[in-house]
Design a protein around this ligand. Structure first.
Ligand code: ACM
Length: 526
């Protein structure tokens, strides 16, 4: 063999061994934190029996049966017999979200000490069943628990509205990937999307229009629909956190109720709530009272971002002038902080905790009753400041966790800001290049979240294209510890995941073949 041939053979052998290596992991995303692979296989029939050793997990078992029927070629049948293939057992001492999954040649045992732990174990098993070839599962022992308790996804339905069916699909996919916080951005300048019974014009006038068409017919969620989505998510151990953005991003509310309009700027007209009128605080308190009854979450997000886009008129209002004089405030930032403090007090009375964008760090809010979302990736010191001040913090920096940023250099539709948000960057988060010099396992850091802003996402198909498969990288970044993350193995699992999403009629981007098809820009597929 001449040298070139030898090199070729060696290269081929190397590639084959890498493939074997890549294929050796289990098809579970996010990848579990402790996996021991066995040598044999479990052979399954298409109908699999399941026994509940503890009634505690009845709801998780019911959901699992539904999911297996919908997403795989198997069926799960409950049984009381002791020779069931799957058995679900309670095991004290495992952590809040932890589970054990053992597969040997005679059956499958899933153990947890909590309902959410069992749910997590069943999502791993579900993924194994979806990916099963020849009705076989590889024998293995998994002991797993997440890196972060907060693994979130935010959807902006103000700029464009996607609807209950699409939201439930997102929740289905979040559940499978063990993402557990759905942050619902329901109010902003382009539309108010949440029925508030006391203020009906919010969903007639306020819900009219979107980013593309200011005259689009009103789109919003009724309170009944909200309750349905919250219950649907809760069944999947996903907490839904509403956002009512204030004192900025308020144009839709100001359109509906001009008496609480705090003015805006040329580029952001009628952008704020009026901070000098008691009527404003009465209005928002009433709104939040209804919100609090709809969402069982302890947290309500009150925004607090980008107020400077449109608070210029505040200084012209006699009520604001009087407030500033009385309190010896020098700038409108003091007025903004006053506003946030009043709303924080309101939430405290309701036994709710404030969640806010990183602008709230400077407002002096009580650290025991406030959590912060760090979003300004170009201001890493804000993350350090939030931690220094003792705030519970969630990391969602624009790059790489804003999913309206383009995901491939060849893409033309979407945001860029110096860089963009490629899937490998999502996967690699958090790292010091992106967070600055903080300890990403600081106990105050509850986790990570991706945000789907929708100024430039007009259709359901495009929203999916921007979200899938980055959602899988997000899930692994939030769940799997650094030492267990493996970019090559993640890539080896991707084709199967893409197939799974496509089978659910989801419009995906294929990062392994980025130019294989045109970028999906619309029109709406549903
Ligand atoms: C934000 O992106 N304005 C939080």
């Amino acid at each position: 063999m001449n040298f070139i041939k030898k090199l070729l053979v060696l290269t081929l052998l190397w590639c084959a061994s890498v493939n074997v290596l890549l294929a050796s992991g289990l098809p579970i995303t996010p990848y579990p934190n402790n996996v021991v692979l066995g040598s044999g296989n479990l052979n399954l029939k298409s109908s699999i029996s399941l026994k509940l050793q503890s009634a505690t997990f009845a709801e998780e078992a019911d959901l699992f049966r539904e999911q297996v029927k919908r997403f795989s070629s198997f069926k799960v049948k409950p049984t009381k017999k002791s020779n069931a293939v799957i058995s679900l057992t309670e095991k004290v001492g495992l952590g809040e979200e932890a589970y054990q999954l053992v597969i040997n040649e005679s059956g499958i045992k899933v153990s947890a000490s909590t309902k959410v732990g069992m749910f997590n174990g069943l999502q791993s098993l579900l993924q194994l069943l979806i990916a099963s070839e020849n009705n076989q599962l590889t024998c293995c022992e998994i002991e797993d628990a997440p890196r972060y308790p907060w693994r979130g996804l935010m959807l902006d339905e103000s700029r464009h509205f996607f609807g209950e069916i699409e939201v439930k699909l997102l929740i289905d996919m979040m559940a499978i990937h063990k993402l557990n916080k759905f942050h619902w951005h329901l109010t902003d300048s382009k539309g108010w999307r949440l029925e508030i019974k006391q203020y009906p014009k919010l969903t007639t006038v306020g819900a009219t229009g979107n980013q593309t068409d200011p005259n689009a017919k009103p789109r919003f969620y009724t309170q009944k629909q909200i309750k349905e989505v919250v219950a649907y998510a809760a069944k999947r151990h996903i907490e839904v956190i509403p956002e009512i953005d204030m004192p900025g991003h308020a144009s839709a509310a100001a359109r509906a109720y001009p008496e609480i309009n705090g003015g805006g700027s040329k580029s952001h007209p009628d952008f704020t709530f009026h901070p000098g009128k008691e009527l404003t605080f009465e209005f928002l308190t009433n709104v939040l009272k209804e919100v609090a009854t709809l969402f069982p979450s302890k947290l309500i997000h009150i925004g607090g971002d980008e107020v400077h886009f449109g608070n210029h008129q505040w200084k012209t209002f006699p009520e604001v002038k009087a407030l500033m004089k009385k309190n010896n405030w020098k700038s409108l930032v003091d007025v903004e902080h006053y506003f946030l403090n009043r709303m924080a007090d309101t939430l405290k009375v309701m036994n709710k905790t404030v969640l806010g964008w990183d602008e709230v760090i400077g407002a002096g809010l009580n650290k025991n009753n406030t959590a912060v979302m760090w979003w300004r990736h170009d201001k890493k010191q804000l993350l350090a400041n939030a931690l220094k001040k003792g705030y519970t913090t969630i990391m969602c920096p624009r790059i790489p966790l804003y999913f309206d940023f383009v995901q491939h250099d060849s893409h033309t539709d979407g945001r860029r800001w110096g860089g963009f948000a490629s899937i490998d960057k999502v996967y690699a988060f958090p790292n010091k290049e992106m967070t600055g010099d903080i300890d990403a396992d600081n106990k105050l850091i509850k986790g990570i979240q991706a945000n789907i802003w929708t100024e430039v996402i007009h259709t359901n198909a495009r929203m999916e294209f921007m979200t899938f498969p980055r959602i899988a990288a997000l899930a692994e970044a939030g769940w799997t510890k650094d030492q267990n993350k493996n970019w090559d193995e993640f890539n080896a699992r991707l084709p199967q995941l893409l197939q799974f999403y496509q089978a659910e009629n989801i419009a995906v981007f294929d990062p392994l073949n980025p130019n294989s098809k045109p970028e999906i820009k619309g029109p709406a597929k549903k």
